[in-house]
Design a protein around this ligand. Structure first.
Ligand code: F0G
Length: 405
């Protein structure tokens, strides 16, 4: 059996080891982000033989000793759906959607939240806190409830999808709204965690979040039967691109895969500081007023930008920008042509495909990060209902029978 109890924490900037006993997310020496490394002697041979639902079947690659009981809602194990009509439209033969909207709270956040809340429990934390554009808040609220802990979420007062806020309230979180954007909310949360030790930080700077999210790579590898040529995903705070890249690197490091995918990050025009730095070759510069219809990735200062850059450059990937119109058109197409209802941010990678000029036969996986049910505001709701009181009215409204396919 492989072991995962000898894991270590290192700073990604200065390489200094960090204590594994403390709740830190950043290096005490230089302030950069921390990263977990599994023991050198981790044996990958049994990784895919693990049993149980979701991510915890891969617990030999997670930083806990065997006696730790996970806080889990059976997250992960989401479908890898092959695209047909949309794939043909963008000229790809092997396009897949990793449908992470089917996680317990409807987004990819749940894998990482399960692991980070499990960590919080081992630390004896009481109150869990995050800043969020909505999905992290919903996920944290659910896992805190599951663990019997308090959840505090800080969101921009305007622009968070009502479904996501509704989830946070339903799971019993305390929700605070701030003027301004996500970046300001996150800066506030950082400051609070620094000055008030009742709070444990649950944003994706927490390296345990990354450990959970990396499991998506294992799932994709298993479902596809190989490492895909490209992973295309939306980038906001840049945790997920870092995590999935880490997962694929570990698969190769463990001798289970001999290839790596190209990691392609997609940002929305108006909130694309990473893609802008990548395109211009200039140093990364945060954006003050991020603006896009895709509220989940309306972020101007992605904290994990360094990790994201490593993922993109080490993998020979890229960073691409799509505009709001392209995002919304693609979101509607995915629903109408594939039966896949994703939120706006999650449509961004699909919208980017025509710009990427990938070979027709490439194996491409887009991460559908969030469920469209959380935000149906742009579909018109009640206003689009056609009044019809009885069969005749419906027949008449539909028109001739051949109108129905
Ligand atoms: N897609 C969705 C649906 C998201 O909610 C997010 C991030 C991302 C993509 C980007 O992922 O930050 O790891 O690069 N949402 C965060 C939140 C910021 O608060 O829910 P990332």
């Amino acid at each position: 059996m492989s072991r995962s109890d000898g894991w270590k924490l290192f700073c990604i900037g200065c390489g200094t080891p960090a204590s594994t006993e403390l709740p830190d997310s950043t290096c005490r020496k230089c302030g950069d982000l921390l990263e977990i490394r599994l023991p050198r002697d981790t044996d990958g041979s049994s990784l895919f033989a693990g049993r149980g639902p979701g991510i915890w079947r891969f617990r030999s690659a997670l930083p806990f000793s065997q006696d730790v009981e996970p806080v889990s809602l059976e997250e992960g194990g989401t479908p890898l759906v092959r695209s047909r009509l949309f794939a043909a439209r963008v000229g790809l033969d092997n396009l897949y959607a990793k449908n992470d909207g089917q996680n317990p709270t409807g987004s990819f956040k749940d894998r990482g939240m399960s692991v980070a809340v499990t960590r919080a429990k081992t630390l004896g934390a009481r109150a869990l806190i995050c800043a969020s554009t909505g999905n992290t808040a919903a996920s944290l609220a659910a896992y805190a409830a599951r663990a019997g802990m308090d959840a505090v979420v800080v969101v921009p007062k305007a622009g968070v999808a009502s479904g996501k806020l509704g989830q946070a309230f339903a799971y019993g979180a305390k929700v605070f709204g701030m003027e301004g954007n996500f970046d300001k909310a996150l800066a506030t949360v950082f400051e609070l965690v620094r000055t008030d030790d009742r709070f444990y930080l649950m944003n994706s700077v927490n390296p345990f979040r990354i450990e959970g999210q990396k499991i998506a790579a294992f799932e994709i590898y298993e479902q596809l039967g190989c490492v895909p040529d490209c992973i295309v995903l939306p980038v906001g705070n840049a945790g997920n691109i870092s995590a999935i890249w880490k997962g694929f690197k570990e698969l190769r490091g463990l001798g289970l895969a001999n290839a790596l995918p190209r990691m392609i990050g997609v940002q929305a025009e108006g909130a694309a500081p990473l893609a802008e730095a990548y395109r211009s070759g200039r140093p990364f510069k945060p954006l003050k007023e991020p603006n896009t219809v895709a509220s989940a990735i309306r972020i101007g200062n992605p904290v994990s930008w360094k990790k994201a850059f490593s993922a993109i450059s080490e993998s020979g990937g890229g960073a691409v920008v799509v505009n709001d119109e392209e995002i919304m058109e693609t979101k509607n197409r995915l629903a109408k042509e594939e039966g896949l209802l994703v939120e706006a941010a999650s449509a961004a990678p699909f919208a980017a495909l025509t710009k990427l000029k990938l070979p027709q036969g490439a194996n491409v996986v887009c991460i559908a990060t969030g469920n469209g049910l959380k935000d149906l505001s742009d579909h018109g709701g009640n206003q689009r209902i056609v009044s019809a009181d009885g069969p005749e009215a419906i027949s008449k409204a539909v028109g001739t029978p051949d109108l129905l396919s």
